[in-house]
Design a binder for this molecule. Structure first.
Ligand SMILES: Cc1cc2nc3c(=O)[nH]c(=O)nc-3n(C[C@H](O)[C@H](O)[C@H](O)COP(=O)(O)OP(=O)(O)OC[C@H]3O[C@@H](n4cnc5c(N)ncnc54)[C@H](O)[C@@H]3O)c2cc1C
Ligand code: SF4
Ligand code: SF4
Length: 418
């Protein structure tokens, strides 16, 4: 986002950056190698976000890297360097936990959108999607109608890994059957935004396909910022759908927490979070555990505490359950693109007014209060959209979210590639 990220131009002292690295830094062992001013390397993002346990696994950094230097660690499911980093700084610029001031990005989007007010509905699918979906199956039905009408060629969604229970993996659905298979919520991240090229390479969708991207609000923030400011040629994302969200879980911690209730995660067919309660069901629909979702707080990604975007304000369309009766999805249509596709999909959906709009506002306000109380930096929708490395360090150093030294097991990568 170099155009939008104005603060990262060199300062009058000739450098935008204070001495970097918080330990284990290969550059400290090579003091004679001069660093070009203003560069932010993936290593800096790693220390400030990933090693600091603040990563929300949105994969914006993976998608932003123009040299494909950032991949996804197959074991740890985290962004990792896979080849030479050029120090282009884009991973920093588009990361909603470091360089991207997401509240400013949302404010700018709000200002430029032409729909006077978002449209809010309770909706449910009129066909098999109602059973396949998490709530009303509205998202599945919407995508299925758009696929059938040729409006999209596929949708980047999620399905459960065959190898690990409750682990989400990115999936490119290109048929009605695929969409039904992928219906339902997976409460871990898939890093799908960082895998779109690979997913397309494995599919046969012809040139310039149009895709829908479904993800948590932070994923859609990254995708939208890249679309606006990333100067991406031939971006395949034609529609963004956000799943309303207050937290996503870290997979291992989620499994441990479920086991602490003497429940085998393999036996869990469906997890659901509704009105502050987390419930796990087996494949007969029997409840295996039901508890206050706060009991699972420790299993959440710590970076989620810094998030104030429950509703997914960057997306064309958002879907959740809050405010609607059981069996319905709450749907917010925010852009003209969203309104057009929502109308296009009307045949597959039964739409009515949401029951309790105030519930939606209440949880969004709670989410924002939480973020403001946790964020070490200021929360300011009017401030610059880009947050410089120095500004980040000023705000985070000395807090329990400050950058942490690189994992010694990775230092060799940085010696070779940074
Ligand atoms: C991590 C998470 C937390 C959530 N928290 C809340 C909450 O606190 N309050 C609330 O009202 N709603 C929450 N939701 C949204 C809710 O669970 C439903 O997704 C939403 O109501 C839409 O239901 P549906 O039946 O219309 O969707 P469906 O018809 O089930 O379609 C959902 C689509 O999303 C895809 N998908 C599911 N999980 C993921 C994922 N992790 N990443 C990418 N794609 C995915 C599926 O593959 C499917 O295509 C959350 C969802 C997630 C994933
Ligand atoms: S929060 Fe997102 S952009 Fe930032 S490091 Fe993690 S995956 Fe990358
Ligand atoms: S709470 Fe926010 S940061 Fe965490 S997964 Fe949901 S949208 Fe992303």
């Amino acid at each position: 986002m170099s155009g939008a990220n104005q603060p990262r131009v060199p300062d009058p002292n000739g450098s935008t950056k204070s001495p970097k690295g918080v330990g284990n830094d290969p550059r400290e062992q090579n003091p004679d190698v001069e660093e070009a001013p203003g560069k932010i390397w993936f290593r800096d993002l790693d220390e400030a976000v990933i090693e600091a346990d603040r990563c929300i696994q949105c994969a914006s950094c993976v998608a932003a890297c123009p040299s494909d230097s950032i991949g996804i660690d197959a074991e740890e499911k985290r962004p990792t360097l896979v080849k030479m980093c050029t120090g282009c700084s884009r991973c920093w610029d588009f990361c909603p936990r470091s360089g991207l001031r997401y509240e400013r990005a949302l404010e700018l989007l709000d200002q430029e959108r032409s729909l006077a007010e978002p449209e809010t509905y309770a909706a449910r699918a009129t066909d098999a999607a109602a059973d396949a979906g998490q709530d009303g199956g509205a998202v599945t039905a919407l995508l299925a109608e758009l696929l059938a009408a040729g409006e999209i060629d596929g949708a980047v969604v999620a399905r459960e890994s065959e190898d690990e229970p409750l682990r989400g993996e990115a999936f490119l659905a290109t048929s009605h059957a695929d969409l039904l298979e992928a219906g339902g919520s997976i409460y871990t991240q898939t890093m799908g935004l960082g895998q779109i090229d690979d997913l397309l390479a494995d599919a046969d969708l012809g040139p310039n396909p149009d895709l829908a991207l479904v993800g948590t609000p932070c994923v859609i923030q990254g995708a939208t910022a890249l679309d606006r400011y990333g100067h991406e040629p031939a971006d395949p994302i034609a529609l963004t759908v956000a799943l309303m969200c207050t937290r996503t879980f870290e997979h291992e911690r989620l499994l441990s927490q479920i086991e602490s209730y003497d429940v085998d995660p393999e036996a869990v067919e469906k997890l659901d979070i509704r009105d502050g309660t987390l419930a796990a069901f087996d494949d007969d629909g029997e409840i295996l555990l039901e508890t206050d979702v706060e009991e699972f707080d420790a299993a959440g990604l710590r970076g989620c505490d810094e998030c104030a975007d429950f509703v997914g304000g960057a997306a064309d369309i958002s879907a959740g359950n809050v405010g609607s009766e059981d069996g319905y999805s709450t749907v917010v249509v925010r852009t003209e693109n969203g309104r057009d596709v929502w109308r296009e999909a009307a045949d597959g959906l039964e739409t009515t007014e949401i029951d309790r709009p105030e519930a939606l506002e209440k949880i969004a306000a709670w989410n924002e209060r939480r973020a403001k109380s946790i964020l070490p930096r200021e929360f300011d929708p009017e401030a610059e959209i880009g947050i410089t490395y120095e500004r980040h360090r000023e705000a985070y150093d000395g807090t329990d979210r400050e950058p942490q030294p690189l994992n010694p097991a990775r230092v060799h990568q940085y010696e070779e590639w940074c």
